[in-house]
Structures are given as structure tokens and as C-alpha cells.
Design a protein around this ligand. Structure first.
Ligand SMILES: Cc1cc2nc3c(=O)[nH]c(=O)nc-3n(C[C@H](O)[C@H](O)[C@H](O)COP(=O)(O)OP(=O)(O)OC[C@H]3O[C@@H](n4cnc5c(N)ncnc54)[C@H](O)[C@@H]3O)c2cc1C
Length: 372
């Protein structure tokens, strides 16, 4: 026997970054919004904790401003392996390293100010034609947004499970008490996968490993990465190692009827791109627009557009991960001509279209790959 709790226009399942962004954007579009999450804030999650400049811009349009002392800016990206290294600055703006718990606190505050009704410790246990069941009680809604992460139940309940392409890797992270030594997010390519370092405060860094080897842990990868090991030497650990799966998969549909998926529930790209959060923040605005126009087909189109570049970058990086030979050549080629890396980074952050990279960029990279 169900008991109706109340009604809302938009109901968001999941209060992680994607759910909070969706809720804020829907409030900005004038909807009455209710959100439920099974966990209690501030919610932590295994993450490299870097937000790219386009993600920060999207957050800004949602009215979310991360206080200066809650994060640490980074100017670009550096790639390194045993023999080569290359770095480039973002053409516009900076990225921001921020602890997930801080990001959650700031977004939650903004959602509360925007007038989102939030239920924490509230598990959604089913969806019905006119709403959802939260801990066995009903909330009716016009629009249902599934922001319930990688193992989304809303996706399953809505028949949107059909995925096109899947890769799976393992991610681990921990924090060290050490002053950031670089103005870049550093990505170290090792034979066990990529270790990347994001500055998250003036006295701490987040170190994350992404690997396809299930038994490898951060210490194993650090053991074959002397440059980074020397940097971290004796730095106290602030957090214990925490792991998660990172996948690349694309759904055939991200919306059906009055239901839509956002964030990792709606598909994802490998964590090495550092694009997961940025994509979710951009999707949130697109979804709110689409609900306002009562046209979720428009959201599906926008969702594909937002994912296009991150998918392309994920393909390149996974190719580098899979082929030691290709990675060596690519890094040496980029080291020989760093302006190519700068242009690739500009494409990655949406500041330059791939068309502008064009024939000249492709030929230069091809030449460097052959001669490096
Ligand atoms: C190792 C690793 C490193 C990464 N590094 C980066 C990075 O540097 N930069 C970046 O941008 N991205 C990174 N990502 C990706 C990023 O973490 C994700 O894109 C992001 O967490 C997705 O947010 P989300 O809100 O969609 O999902 P989640 O953060 O998983 O939130 C889902 C929420 O739904 C709730 N929930 C689930 N089921 C229910 C239910 N039935 N009822 C109620 N609530 C429910 C959960 O409690 C959870 O709070 C990384 C990922 C990994 C694994």
C-alpha cells in the first residue's frame, strides 16, 4: 500500500554533482524541484578532483562559486613518462582542483539557496508512471531525472540500459599533505597505468591511479614512477586509498517520455580525460532547457554534442594506454613540438574546434610520430 507524500514538478534521483547541478538548473528554469539521495552529505567519491575550465564556466552559469580557499587552480596539463615530458597551458582560464566533499558542500548550499527541496538518507526504491517511491512512499512528479550514478537504477527501471560501447578500468586515489609543486595537473604514464596529481589546496594534492590491472594499487604504480615517488617522498597521507570503477560507455537513449538521465547514469568517459564533472554540469543546463520546452529530444541532441570531444579524447588516451609503442612515440612527438599539445588541449577544453587543428596539425603530428 503506497502513501502519497507530495507532488513536485521535477524529481531528481541522486544528489551527487550531476544531481545537484540538474536540480539547480531546473530551479533556474522556474520548476519546483525535489531531490533525494540515499547517502548523507558531504558525499565523498573516488575522483581525481580536477574540474576543467569549461566545467568551471558551466558551474558559474549555475551560480556556483567555489571559495578561493576551498580549492586550488591549475593552469594546464603536463604529460610525462620515463623518457619524455610535455606541458601546455589552457588557452582560456584555469581549471580547479577541489576535494569532492568541498564541492558537495558548496553545491548543496547553492541548491538550498535556489529553493531545491532535498531529502538525504532517502533511497528511491522504484519508479511509477506518475512518480517515484522513496523509502516505500510516493512522490508524484512531471519530470523524473536519474542522476543516480554508474549503477543507475532509474536507467534500468526506465528501459534505457542499452549501451553501445564499454571499457572498464580501475581507479584509486589518496591525498598527501604536501605543497603543490606544479601549476599543472600532472599525468605520469607508467606500465601499470596513469597516475595523475591534482593540487587541491595550498598544502595538499590528490594522487589518482587509473589502471586496467585489477590487482595493481597506487604503491605498485608509484614504485615504477621514480620522478613522482621522489616528489611524494615522506609526505604524510591525509586519506586512505579509495577505489572505484571507471568506464567508457554510451547509451543508445538518455531520455524517454518524461524521464531523463544525467551524469554517470547517462554514460561516461574514462576518468583519465578529467571530463566527467564538466560534462555533467553542461548537461544540467541542456536538460533544464529541454524540460522548459517540453522537448527531451533536444536534450538527447545536446547530450551527444557535449560528449563528442571527451569521447574522442578518451579514445586517444586509451590507445596510448594500450600501446606502449604508440605512447612513447606520441609523447616524444609532442615534446618535440609542444604547440601541438597546446592545440590538443585547446580542443579538449572546447576552446578550439577540431577543424582548426585540421590538416596542418594532423600532418605535423603524423610527421613527428614517424620521426620522433
Ligand atoms: C578514479 C576516478 C577519477 C576521476 N577523476 C575525475 C576528475 O579528475 N575530473 C572529473 O571531472 N571527473 C572525474 N571522474 C569522474 C567523476 O567522478 C564522475 O563523473 C562524477 O562523480 C559523476 O557524478 P554523478 O553525480 O553522475 O554520480 P555520483 O557522484 O556517483 O552520484 C550518484 C549519487 O546517486 C545516489 N544514489 C544512487 N542510487 C540511488 C537511489 N536509488 N536513491 C537515492 N540516491 C541514489 C548516490 O548515493 C550518489 O550520491 C573520476 C572518476 C573516477 C572513478
Amino acid at each position: 500500500m503506497y502513501h502519497t507524500l507530495c507532488e513536485t514538478e521535477v524529481f531528481v534521483v541522486g544528489g551527487g554533482p550531476a544531481g545537484l547541478a540538474a536540480a539547480i538548473a531546473a530551479r533556474q528554469a522556474g520548476f519546483a524541484v525535489t531531490l533525494a539521495d540515499a547517502a548523507h552529505p558531504p558525499i565523498d567519491k573516488t575522483c581525481g578532483e580536477g574540474i576543467m575550465p569549461d566545467g568551471l564556466a558551466a558551474l558559474h552559469t549555475l551560480g556556483v562559486t567555489i571559495p578561493v580557499d576551498a580549492g586550488f587552480p591549475f593552469a594546464g596539463i603536463r604529460f610525462a613518462d620515463e623518457t619524455a615530458s610535455v606541458s601546455a597551458r589552457f588557452p582560456q582560464g584555469c581549471g580547479l582542483g577541489v576535494r569532492r566533499t568541498h564541492l558537495h558542500t558548496v553545491m548543496l548550499k547553492r541548491a538550498s539557496e535556489a529553493g531545491v527541496t532535498m531529502h538525504w538518507g532517502a533511497r528511491v526504491t522504484g519508479v511509477r508512471h506518475d512518480g517515484v517511491s522513496v523509502n516505500g512512499r510516493n512522490i508524484r512528479c512531471q519530470w523524473l531525472v536519474g542522476a543516480d550514478g554508474q549503477k543507475s537504477r532509474v536507467r534500468y527501471w526506465s528501459g534505457l540500459q542499452n549501451a553501445k560501447h564499454r571499457t572498464r578500468r580501475f581507479g584509486f586515489r589518496r591525498h598527501y599533505r604536501v605543497e603543490p609543486w606544479s601549476e599543472f595537473v600532472e599525468v605520469y604514464w607508467t606500465r601499470h597505468g596513469q597516475i595523475y596529481v591534482t593540487p587541491v589546496a595550498s598544502d595538499s594534492v590528490c594522487v589518482a591511479l587509473i589502471t586496467k590491472e585489477p590487482h595493481v594499487r597506487l604503491d605498485d604504480a608509484l614504485a615504477v614512477c621514480p620522478e613522482l615517488s621522489a616528489r611524494l617522498n615522506n609526505a604524510p597521507l591525509i586519506t586512505r586509498e579509495q577505489g572505484a570503477i571507471t568506464s567508457t560507455y554510451r547509451l543508445r537513449c538518455v531520455a524517454a517520455g518524461t524521464r531523463a538521465l544525467i551524469g554517470e547514469a547517462s554514460g561516461s568517459v574514462d576518468a583519465i580525460t578529467g571530463d566527467g564533472l564538466s560534462m555533467a554540469f553542461q548537461q544540467a543546463r541542456a536538460l533544464a532547457h529541454a524540460m522548459k520546452r517540453a522537448d527531451l529530444a533536444g536534450y538527447s541532441v545536446a547530450h551527444r554534442r557535449i560528449a563528442r570531444l571527451p569521447r574522442m579524447m578518451a579514445e586517444v588516451m586509451l590507445l596510448m594506454d594500450n600501446s606502449h609503442w604508440f605512447r612513447r612515440r606520441a609523447l616524444r612527438a609532442l615534446e618535440a613540438e609542444p604547440s601541438l599539445f597546446a592545440r590538443m588541449l585547446a580542443i579538449h577544453t572546447g576552446a578550439m574546434s577540431p577543424i582548426r587543428f585540421g590538416v596542418h596539425g594532423t600532418l605535423s603530428l603524423g610527421w613527428q610520430l614517424i620521426t620522433a
